[in-house]
Design a protein around this ligand. Structure first.
Ligand code: NAD
Ligand code: DAU
Length: 343
């Protein structure tokens, strides 16, 4: 099969490319990535010369470029990871999130219709459900939970999900959607909580925790997310949504303390700063459907996954030090410079 993977030079997309090439060497993987600040071609270097891998630098919003690729590659499956993915950036500049996350999705689905793709898979997020209160640990997001977004990022992802459902119902496009909780693991861009805290701790810089750090996220090792998507595109039911998560809820402050402990750094590096605007309180996925229908279960426990992740960042310093020595410096100064220390 020919599988188009968009956003394959990013965090989850690259991990998915590696998984597919390893587990399904009979398939061809065609990666499309615009190489925004979050895309890194170096990540894909180990697979670039494989005969069953092809890379196109292109924007999913560019109809002409997408038409050319679909016409040439005749994909059986499209998996759309490409997105603007960082909530804080969406608060600063919503527009690009609407363009990539909504318009880009519609362009890919138009091409999928035109070229008879057998499965269009949309990689969505648990953030489309909004948040849950901290004092109701009995509540979880199911596939029936209404969409109720908080940030421009999550609103753009929810908009894309609604479009996917519309293309399925109106045009009969064979679609599936997955909504996963927070991922962690190798190749995550250092603007996100876990790699940012690792990088800062290693440099003995302050660790900026938003507000009291009591917000809860449901962390899943990236490879488990990729394995779930692999199952959905091959065995999932057309027209369905699948939630993905491993019942691993943690307060932000506890994650930060674990990282400091693993690295042998003092908790005095923690600095509580101005909270994120509209900050979602708690995410928690009920993964019963994907478990019952596709037999998926997470394989990596957080206690092991976080150790592996920290080791990866220690062993691959040149990957992220390169990133944080460039434009990222300006991003950091702008994003964190205006936050005030609150304790
Ligand atoms: P990322 O920011 O690390 O990577 C995004 C990739 O998309 C980059 O390689 C970037 O260059 C590419 N891209 C951006 N705009 C593009 C465009 N217009 N055309 C082509 N390529 C473009 O993101 P990630 O964390 O790997 O997330 C991947 C997907 O998974 C996103 O759709 C995100 O919403 C979803 N998701 C992420 C998480 C998480 O915890 N990171 C959890 C659930 C769902
Ligand atoms: O739930 C899935 C989502 O997880 C994905 O859809 C998003 O693409 C992904 O970025 C992630 O969103 P979050 O906003 O949860 O992730 P982030 O790593 O930005 O933040 C995690 C938590 O840590 C959140 O409560 C905010 C907090 N935080 C984050 C940063 C970057 C801090 O306290 N300090 C920080 O410096």
């Amino acid at each position: 099969m020919n599988i188009i993977v968009t956003g394959g030079a990013g965090f989850i997309g690259s991990n998915f490319v590696f998984l597919e090439l390893r587990e399904h060497p009979e398939d061809r993987i065609i990666c499309i990535d615009k190489l925004t600040y979050a895309g890194n071609l170096k990540t894909l270097k180990p697979v670039m010369d494989k005969p069953n891998f092809k890379f196109y630098k292109a924007d999913i919003c560019d109809k002409t470029a997408m038409e050319e690729i679909f016409k040439t590659e005749k994909p059986d499956i499209v998996v759309n990871f490409a997105a603007e993915s960082h909530v804080d950036r969406s608060i600063e500049n919503p527009q690009i999130f609407l363009e990539t996350n909504i318009i880009g999705t519609s362009v890919l689905m138009d091409m999928s219709r035109k070229y008879g793709v057998k499965r269009y898979h949309q990689v969505s997020t648990d953030e489309v459900y909004g948040d849950l209160p901290l004092d109701r640990p009995d509540l979880f997001f199911t596939e029936e939970t209404p969409l109720h977004t908080s940030s421009p990022y999550s609103s753009s992802k929810a908009g894309a999900d609604l479009l996917v459902n519309a293309y399925h119902r109106t045009y009969g496009l064979p679609t599936t959607i997955s909504r996963c909780s927070n991922n962690y693991g190798p190749y995550q861009f250092p603007e996100k909580l876990i790699p940012l805290m690792i990088a800062n701790a290693l440099a003995d810089k302050k660790l900026p925790v938003y507000g009291a750090g009591q917000n809860v996220r449901d962390w899943l090792y990236v490879e488990d997310h990729c394995k779930a998507i692999d199952l959905i595109i091959r065995k999932g039911t057309v027209g369905e949504v699948y939630n993905i998560g491993g019942h691993n809820e943690m307060h932000n402050i506890d994650i930060v303390k674990i990282i400091l402990k693993e690295l042998g750094k003092p908790e005095s590096l923690i600095e509580h700063v101005t909270d994120r605007a509209g900050h979602d309180q708690r995410y928690a996925i009920d993964p019963a459907k994907i478990h019952a229908e596709l037999g998926w279960l997470p394989e990596t426990m957080f206690k092991d996954g976080i150790k592996k992740t920290i080791k990866w960042y220690l062993d691959n310093k040149e990957w992220w030090e390169d990133i944080i020595s460039g434009d990222y410096q300006n991003y950091y100064a702008e994003m964190y410079g205006k936050k005030e220390v609150i304790d």
